[in-house]
Design a protein around this ligand. Structure first.
Ligand SMILES: Nc1ncnc2c1ncn2[C@@H]1O[C@H](COP(=O)(O)OP(=O)(O)OP(=O)(O)O)[C@@H](O)[C@H]1O
Ligand SMILES: [Mg+2]
Length: 328
């Protein structure tokens, strides 16, 4: 068994599940919107195979997941609380991830999965149990930004990048700007500096502000639509797209100001000594725009939204190459 075929990075985020796995000679990423709703019988189903794929059964109850849940009228992503690992939504997303991987012929033997930095210790066991019970394989939980750090250092084969001008023993800060949380990790000489690591608010605050700004203009949009608008700066109205970049711009500080403040609190007094500040996650661009004005060693991750999952897979490969028993 080749480790690369059975090691998977699984980043179950509040806005979407990001998967990284090996398929057909290359590393593939896949996104599943984190939307779950009770399934219903469709009177006329124009796309039965997609509905079937996106339906999972948890404790005897059927749920629509991802695109099907959105199409069938779900109007929000999974709940915003630290308790969500215990809920049915998280399990449904894991089940869907499993069937999705299976459709590519991937049956994982080692899954690297992540948690926000501030709930890492308290949720570790629960995450392990949940993922293990669905996938029946080895599970390695890591703090989410750890994935970005590994993504930056390693190539797709789990070895140090050969053209690397940086080394793991430098001082790295990682900022992962997600939907629910922004996670900050400081590494020095390959040691996690817990005191300077933590979590702050995610992009959901900006998304809610955008929803409010649209409301003021008389436009009612769901949270899911608003997440999309944050990326495209366009809203579809009566078959036509309207540019709303001014409203997006107005909303972004709701998150970015808080994040910048927390980053300053955690790493500000040692910023001069940090070699690399890597910014990843769906909300990385506006945070990068602010922080790069303060500190010139800031850079955007290569593939910001998938960096956590890509790095988790790379880290899993290193583990498996060092200890083949992990794949049993
Ligand atoms: N270009 C963009 N500018 C600003 N925000 C964006 C952009 N693209 C996506 N976002 C926002 O980024 C968020 C999604 O990022 P990401 O996928 O990293 O979060 P997540 O991993 O699902 O969440 P978490 O890690 O907190 O559980 C959404 O709130 C979305 O609105
Ligand atoms: Mg995330």
């Amino acid at each position: 068994m080749n480790p690369r075929d059975v090691v998977v990075g699984l980043d179950v985020g509040r806005s979407g599940v990001k998967l990284a796995f090996f398929f057909n000679g290359e590393v593939k990423t896949h996104f599943i919107p984190s939307v779950v709703s009770p399934a219903k019988q469709l009177t006329f189903d124009a796309n039965p195979s997609s509905t079937k794929e996106n339906t999972v059964v948890i404790d005897g109850q059927s749920y629509f997941v991802g695109e099907t849940a959105i199409q069938q009228g779900a109007n929000q992503t999974v709940g915003l609380s630290s308790e969500w690992l215990k809920g049915v939504e998280h399990r449904a997303l894991l089940e869907r991830s499993k069937t999705l991987l299976k459709s590519y012929g991937v049956v994982p033997r080692l899954i690297v999965a992540g948690l926000p930095v501030n709930t890492f210790n308290s949720s570790l066991e629960l995450l392990y149990e949940q993922v293990e019970s669905v996938f029946k394989c080895n599970v390695q939980p890591v703090p989410q930004p750890w994935g970005v750090f590994q993504d930056c250092l390693l190539n797709d084969d789990g070895r140090y990048k050969s053209n690397q001008t940086t080394t793991a023993f430098e001082k790295f800060a990682v900022i992962d700007v997600g939907h629910f949380t922004t996670d900050i990790l400081l590494m020095n000489n390959f040691q996690w500096i817990e005191e300077s690591s933590g979590s702050s608010i995610g992009m959901y605050k900006a998304v809610m502000e955008l929803q409010h700004q649209l409301q003021i203009k008389g436009i009612t949009a769901t949270v899911i639509e608003c997440q999309e608008i944050m990326q495209t700066c366009k809203i579809k109205e009566f078959g036509q797209y309207t540019d709303v970049s001014d409203l997006v711009k107005k909303s972004i500080p709701m998150t970015v100001n808080g994040v910048v403040q927390e980053v300053k609190n955690l790493i500000g007094n040692q910023a001069r000594t940090i070699d690399h500040i890597i910014i990843a996650g769906g909300g990385s661009k506006p945070v990068f725009d602010e922080l790069s004005q303060l500190w010139k060693q800031c850079s955007l991750a290569e593939n910001p939204r998938f960096s956590v999952s890509l790095g988790m897979r790379k880290f899993g490969l290193v583990q498996a190459l060092n200890d083949p028993d992990l794949l049993k």
